[in-house]
Design a binder for this molecule. Structure first.
Ligand code: ADP
Ligand code: ZN
Length: 229
């Protein structure tokens, strides 16, 4: 069973791809952002502890995140998983090494300019967390063409999956997006070097087309690395 990490800046589409890859491969998706948002909305003890960090767009302290992820992975009893939003610091990566081994890290590559525009159009379901996007994006940056069509719900403002109300995440406001990008550069990017140094299988994916194309690129790369039939 595959144990994967999907990595990349906020807004690269980690959640969207992790959800699809998990469905296709029959593995579990573990999304720390989703877990935290759910705890906040349920007003649990954990939710109260992390609420303020999420609102400000800064990282939840390592010890809290590590415990959450360790519990989830232990509950899988050896089944495969894809981690979405973890690890985000080298300390989290080291802790993960003590829990399990990782087969590959899928690194999503996308310029800041695209992220900022794209995140302003993101909408999520307030009930099930499904992700949509109402913005159409067409741009050439450094010679790379980005064609990202919108991903709208069938009915405006309503989730296709569960009928829940679609909302904008509080941390998808421009000021908070900028903060999250800075946090990514300072605290999360070093995670790439950490895994490279350890020789973990690395898959770089440029996110410049619609999700089905990206999903295929990811699956093909996993096949090329001999991780998938
Ligand atoms: P994005 O990748 O778009 O920023 P996420 O849903 O992955 O969104 O994360 C939302 C917020 O949850 C982060 O800004 C941070 O506050 C918190 N968070 C999620 N995962 C982690 C993590 N591994 N370590 C610390 N904080 C985290
Ligand atoms: Zn929903």
């Amino acid at each position: 069973m595959l144990r994967l990490i999907i990595f990349g800046p906020p807004g690269a589409g980690k959640g969207t791809y992790a959800t699809r890859i998990a469905e296709i491969l029959g593995i579990e998706k573990i999304s720390t952002g989703d877990i935290f948002r759910e705890e906040v909305s349920k007003r649990t003890e954990l939710g109260k502890k992390v609420e303020e960090y999420l609102r400000r767009g800064v990282l939840v302290p390592d010890e809290i995140v590590i415990k959450v992820v360790r519990d989830r992975i232990e509950r899988l009893h050896g089944r495969g998983f894809i981690l979405d939003g973890y690890p985000r610091t080298t300390a989290q990566a080291r802790a993960l090494d003590e829990i399990t081994t990782i087969d590959a890290i899928i690194n999503l590559v996308i310029p800041d300019e695209i992220i900022i525009e794209k995140l302003s159009g993101r909408r999520i379901c307030s009930r099930c967390g499904a992700i949509y996007n109402i913005i159409e994006l067409k741009k050439i940056i450094n010679g790379v063409e980005y064609i990202l069509p919108p991903l709208p719900p069938r009915k405006e403002g309503v989730c296709d999956v569960c009928g829940g109300e679609l909302i904008q995440r509080e941390d998808d406001r421009p000021e908070v997006i900028k903060r999250r990008l800075e946090v990514y550069k300072r605290q999360s990017k070093p995670v790439i070097e950490y895994y490279k140094a350890r020789g973990v299988t690395f898959i770089n994916i440029h996110v410049n087309r619609e999700p089905p194309v990206i999903i295929n690129r990811i699956l093909n790369a996993l096949r090329e690395k001999g991780l998938l039939d």
